[in-house]
Ligand binder design. Structure first.
Ligand code: ADP
Ligand code: TRP
Length: 324
């Protein structure tokens, strides 16, 4: 029997290279080997997106992004989180076992609290809703970027608490984080993130991508100067697209001197466009066939629901809300 992989992304804005290499590429690479579940975390997105047009538009957009990146709906169950309202029921059971100080230790909550005056209950409970997403599907692995590691640990802790309180119900999931792309840097060298305005959008126009690449922050070395590629923000992004010979020869050009930052940016831009073009074409197909996209989500919801049926019965029996 194949092991099960599950992951999701919030429909909160434009997908970027960090999302692609840290998460989506893994989903694509795992779809043959694992029984795969990939979803659009629209319940989670409501912590920040509170506009119905925006939420539904983002949800369809990210579904098209997934498909354009190579997720095959014949291999992957692709669904939206809100089509499984059972996750909110499970979140409630988990909430009753979770303490406030435990959730106060979550990094994402601490960061949000440092920025805004008062966090919503939804934001505070974010890791528990995520634990429900993972545990309800019996996931063995959760492919994500490094920033989600703590959340998967919360899911494991929650499974243990529930099993102790109500009897063996959940298996313990493992995060799957790839070392080389655990934290893809943005144009300023910090973690690429929608929230830091430092992204290179995966499906941006040529102009948007050029603008982002040309804004990559560098030091002020002259073209002739030898450079350390491992200290260069352009190289850090470029190397995501290069292997073997090609990577070594670029490394050498930095070290020998003679490669200016403008030329390095032009090279990266060309590489990016060549990489993105086939995916863009695929995305255009789905943009012109939006009913097909909606149908994929509907079929995914049916399969995801079927998959949790027995588990939900076990959960309800174990909690005691079922009267047999
Ligand atoms: P953002 O930080 O831009 O809001 P999300 O939180 O929506 O991104 O992340 C969706 C997925 O992409 C998660 O699995 C996350 O770990 C991964 N991810 C996001 N940014 C990066 C990055 N810079 N490097 C690696 N993975 C990332
Ligand atoms: N928290 C994840 C993010 O910000 C999205 C997410 C929600 C998720 N539920 C999940 C990821 C379950 C993996 C598994 O990107």
């Amino acid at each position: 029997m194949k092991k099960r992989s599950l992951s999701g992304i919030k429909p909160t804005g434009t997908i970027h290279l960090g999302n692609y290499f840290g998460a989506i590429k893994q989903f694509v690479d795992l779809q043959d080997e694992y029984e795969s579940f990939v979803f659009i975390a629209d319940f989670h997105a409501i912590t920040t997106v509170q506009n119905k047009e925006e939420l539904s538009k983002n949800t369809l957009n990210i579904t098209m992004d997934y498909l354009a990146c190579g997720l095959d709906p014949k291999k992957v169950c692709l669904f939206k989180q809100s089509d499984l309202p059972e996750v909110t029921e499970l979140t409630w059971y988990f909430n009753c076992l979770t303490t406030v100080p435990y959730l106060e230790r979550a990094t994402a909550y601490k960061d949000a609290k440092a920025k805004s005056k008062e966090a919503s209950v939804g934001l505070f409970d974010y890791p528990i809703l995520m634990a429900a997403d993972i545990l309800i599907q019996d996931a063995d692995i959760v492919p994500v970027g490094a920033d989600q590691k703590q959340h998967v640990e919360y899911a494991r802790d929650t499974a243990i608490k529930f099993n102790n309180a109500f009897g063996e119900t959940f298996k313990l999931p493992e995060p799957r984080i790839l070392k080389e792309v655990a934290t893809v840097p943005g144009i300023d060298g910090k973690k690429m993130s929608k929230s830091y305005s430092n992204i290179i959008p995966l499906f941006g126009t040529d102009e948007q991508i050029r603008k982002a690449v040309m804004s990559i922050i560098t030091d002020s070395k002259a073209p002739a100067d030898p450079k350390n590629p491992d200290e260069c923000n352009i190289f850090a992004i470029h190397k995501l697209f290069l292997k073997g010979e090609e990577l070594e020869s670029l490394r050498k050009r930095y070290e020998e001197g003679g490669l200016g930052y403008k030329e390095a940016k032009d090279m990266l831009y060309e590489k990016l466009i060549a990489f993105i073009t086939p995916m863009r074409e695929k995305r255009e197909y789905y943009e012109n066939n939006i009913e097909e996209v909606k149908k994929i989500l509907k079929e995914g919801a049916i399969k995801a629901k079927e998959n949790i049926k027995a588990k939900m019965e076990l959960i309800r029996n174990n909690v005691g809300v079922n009267i047999n």
